[in-house]
Design a protein around this ligand. Structure first.
Ligand SMILES: Cc1cc2nc3c(=O)[nH]c(=O)nc-3n(C[C@H](O)[C@H](O)[C@H](O)COP(=O)(O)O)c2cc1C
Length: 328
């Protein structure tokens, strides 16, 4: 996820079990072949032999672009640098990206999705998998299936579907049943994405889409133990208790310790607030901590406010999990 899931965050989120793979922030492809340092900056995991997080979770490099020739050039470059999987972004709703003909703007013409995917799969000559991610459409869902089929015809080996159109932005609900319609008509694996915040959401998304796998976005930032919670439930049928504030504080502190070795302290403070902002959407104590912590620009004062037991509520109270019944 652009601007939020860098290599440090990937490393921390995958310390516990639950993730089968992770994706880099996007490399924006315009025309020329980009220098190696750009790929290394987006994917420091290229230094590891398996292109994986320290805990061994494979990392896929994400490309965002629309010109098939430029995408092919850069896919080739990525392959030479040792990338083990490429993911193409046809979902980004950002106005600046769409104005420059990238991300979800290609969903207006399925032929362009097919050409982009085909150019990249041809460039890597089947040596690494090429996957794609789409939304259900740009303005409406009329071309949802056509775009999914186009990605498959282009040679994508897997398709992630964010169950909303570009027009719908991030507004709930995610239309998981639409992912099911697509899944039934494709031969490649389809992965369900959108609004999976809890174990119950996971269960409903799986049930309504029929997909075996899901992709977590904001939910994994809001609750870094969502993926382990899902995996634990898959393996044992047991529900783990709600994530306590102390566990959230620990991951934020580890994030700060790692980031401050390379970034200015003020930048790290902003990044911590950005992550805390995701956490507060779904957790009462994180919301309370955010209210106190947001005024701090000094990193150490910010961390003290997050770690201070005096500020804590007696127990972290979950906001969102109350809406839906537990899976059977
Ligand atoms: C800050 C932010 C950055 C994102 N960056 C990307 C991206 O680089 N590539 C992509 O395919 N989707 C990106 N997305 C979309 C998410 O991957 C995901 O499809 C969307 O948020 C819905 O899933 P969620 O409800 O689990 O977050 C981003 C979303 C957010 C909120």
């Amino acid at each position: 996820m652009e601007g939020v899931i860098d290599a440090v965050t990937r490393s921390l989120l995958t310390r516990s079990s639950g993730f089968d793979w992770a994706v880099t922030e996007f490399v924006r492809i315009v025309d020329a072949r980009l220098p190696a340092r750009v790929f290394h900056r987006h994917c420091p995991e290229l230094k590891s032999e398996r292109v994986a997080t320290p805990s061994g979770v494979p990392v896929h490099l994400q490309l965002l672009g629309s010109d098939p020739r430029a995408l092919a050039l850069n896919a080739r470059q990525a392959l030479c640098l040792g990338v083990t999987s490429l993911d193409l972004n046809f979902g980004c709703p950002a106005k600046t990206v769409n104005r420059h003909d990238g991300g979800a703007s290609l969903l207006r013409d399925p032929r362009r999705v097919e050409r982009a995917v085909a150019a990249v799969t041809a460039a890597v000559e089947g040596r690494i998998p090429v996957t794609a991610k789409i939304r259900l459409g740009f303005d409406d869902r009329r071309l949802a299936l056509a775009c999914a089929r186009a990605a498959e015809r282009g040679g994508a080996s897997q398709l992630v579907v964010h169950a909303r159109t570009r027009q719908e932005g991030y507004r709930p609900p995610a239309h998981w049943e639409w992912i099911g319609r697509i899944r039934q008509r494709l031969r490649i694996p389809v992965v369900a994405n959108g609004d999976i915040w809890t174990l119950e959401d996971y269960w409903r998304a799986r049930t309504l889409s029929g997909c075996r796998d899901v992709m977590l976005g904001r939910g994994a930032l809001a609750d870094p133990w969502l993926a382990p919670r899902i995996r634990h439930w898959q393996l044992t049928g047991e529900r783990l208790p709600a994530t306590p504030w102390s566990a959230r504080a620990e991951i934020l502190a580890a994030f700060a310790a790692e980031q401050r070795s390379t970034l200015p302290a003020r930048t790290v403070a902003s990044l911590i607030k950005q992550w805390l902002n995701h956490m507060r959407q779904r957790d009462a104590e994180a919301a309370q901590r955010f209210a106190t912590a947001k005024r701090h620009t000094d990193l150490d004062a910010l961390l003290a406010a997050l770690l201070d037991p005096v500020d804590a509520e007696p127990a972290s109270r979950r906001i969102a999990d109350r809406r839906r019944p537990a899976p059977a």
